[in-house]
Design a protein around this ligand. Structure first.
Ligand code: 2RA
Length: 433
């Protein structure tokens, strides 16, 4: 017996990723409905091997459906989420409408899964903003060890955070700059994004910060603890997918950089790639399609007593949106609704097969510097048993595909598609699977 699942906003970037991830993680779906606005009703979207035809959100009857994953704009969320919730369907919402509502839990499952019981007040659970989700995954295990006092973060956010229009604008503007037949004026972004960076995401607030920056502070407080002070500068960069963050952390207690690295190695949802040499760190281009939050450049900040710097990168459409929403659905299933196979989701941890393959690829391809002087082989063996315990067999086809991206080498592999990416620059196409 599986869940009756609704995906609202199924034709958008995040809605399509939700469908992909439900399928990839084998969420126990008994029945699925893909919903869209009236103008997009009838559009076909992929769900594994199946093709779904989108239905009209406006006339959909949510009664009898278990979970609705919402990836629609704020106004539509205000209109339809209460309707779904009143019909007994639990809403997992990607918009910012309910994030700061004290009667709605705001959840990143690796960090605060326990608050999920609070869903019952409104039948709604909120998904955090993309830039917050990846940061709190990194902060929480460090906070548990040394208590974070203050965070100073600068973000480098990809254009996909602004949706399909943002991606199209980067593509069209780049072409127009190389081939200036006609002028291309900024529409989605306030200034030129191609070959540029823009220190402005979302609306300005009275104190001079932007709402994106305010969200990082408010959401971190709600998810981890109100005592953490966060100051952010959020910047849009000409990258298609993958948000990056330079994070400076001040702790109450001293935390040595090697211990921090080891804590992050062990933490759920995190892969550490941190070698002090050319290329020994992760860049957004390398995280596309992965489920993990990647941490690099871990180092002491010697300008304060208890300071640490790190670099944090994740796929904003996945951990920053669709993946986190599906993980919330998994948590809801495991802890509250309890339908599905008996073994599920014990066999579906946060460190998913994609992350496992990334770990193995990292070891084999990059010869990662193992912690505490272990040889890479010893490190792999030590890590192997927990990985197998958590995730079952290592997904060798995926590992091989990462090691040998030329599909000719692996004719039997079915490529993973990402239909949500509308326009692809050549470098981007190479990375998409
Ligand atoms: C952005 N944080 O990157 C937003 C998307 N939720 O614009």
């Amino acid at each position: 017996m599986g869940y009756r699942v609704v995906v609202a906003g199924a034709t958008g970037n995040v809605g399509r990723e939700i469908l992909n991830i439900l399928n990839e993680r084998q969420f126990p779906v008994g029945d699925i409905a893909a919903l869209a606005s009236r103008t997009s009703t009838g559009t076909q979207v992929s769900f594994g091997d199946k093709t779904l035809t989108t239905r009209d959100l406006d006339t959909f009857d949510f009664a009898g459906w278990d979970i609705a994953l919402f990836a629609i704009g704020s106004d539509a969320t205000r209109a339809y989420a209460p309707r779904a919730a009143a019909a007994g369907c639990i809403v997992i919402d990607n918009s910012s409408v309910y994030r700061y509502d004290p009667d709605v839990p705001l959840i990143v499952p690796e960090v605060n899964a326990d608050v999920i019981t609070g869903y019952a007040k409104k039948n709604i659970i909120a998904n955090p903003n993309c830039s917050t989700a990846q940061m709190v995954v990194a902060l929480k295990p460090l906070h548990d060890r040394a208590r974070i006092k203050r965070v100073v973060v600068s973000t480098y956010q990809s254009v996909s955070g602004a949706g399909k229009d943002g991606m199209d604008e980067l593509w069209e503007q780049t072409k127009a700059i190389y081939n200036p037949i006609q002028e291309f004026k900024p529409k989605k972004f306030p200034k030129q994004i191609a070959f540029n960076v823009i220190p402005h995401i979302d609306n300005f607030m009275a104190d001079g910060s932007t709402r994106e920056e305010w969200k990082m502070a408010a959401e971190t407080k709600k998810i981890i603890t109100p005592s953490i002070r966060v100051t952010a500068t959020c910047v849009r960069v000409p990258v298609y997918v993958g948000h990056s963050e330079a994070v400076n952390i001040e702790f109450e207690q001293f935390l040595d950089e090697d211990e921090a690295r080891e804590i992050l190695h062990q933490a759920p949802g995190i892969i550490v790639i941190d070698r002090r040499e050319d290329g020994g760190y992760i860049t957004p281009n390398e995280c596309v399609g992965d489920h993990a939050t990647f941490i690099s450049r871990i180092r002491q900040d010697s300008t304060i007593d208890n300071g640490l710097n790190l670099w944090c990168v994740s796929d904003n459409l996945r951990k920053g949106a669709a993946l986190n929403a599906v993980q919330i659905a998994e948590t809801l299933g495991a802890r509250i609704l309890k339908k599905g196979c008996a073994a599920w989701p014990v066999c579906k941890p946060e460190r998913n097969s994609s992350a496992v393959s990334e770990s193995v690829v990292t070891i084999l391809k990059n010869r990662i510097q193992s912690p505490k002087g272990q040889s890479p082989l010893a490190w792999l063996i030590a890590r192997w048993i927990p990985l197998k315990t958590l995730c079952g067999p290592v997904p060798w086809p995926s590992v091989l595909k990462r090691l040998c991206p030329q599909t000719a080498c692996l004719p039997s592999l079915k490529p993973l598609t990402r239909p949500s990416i509308p326009m692809r620059a050549p470098a981007m196409t190479k990375r998409l699977r």
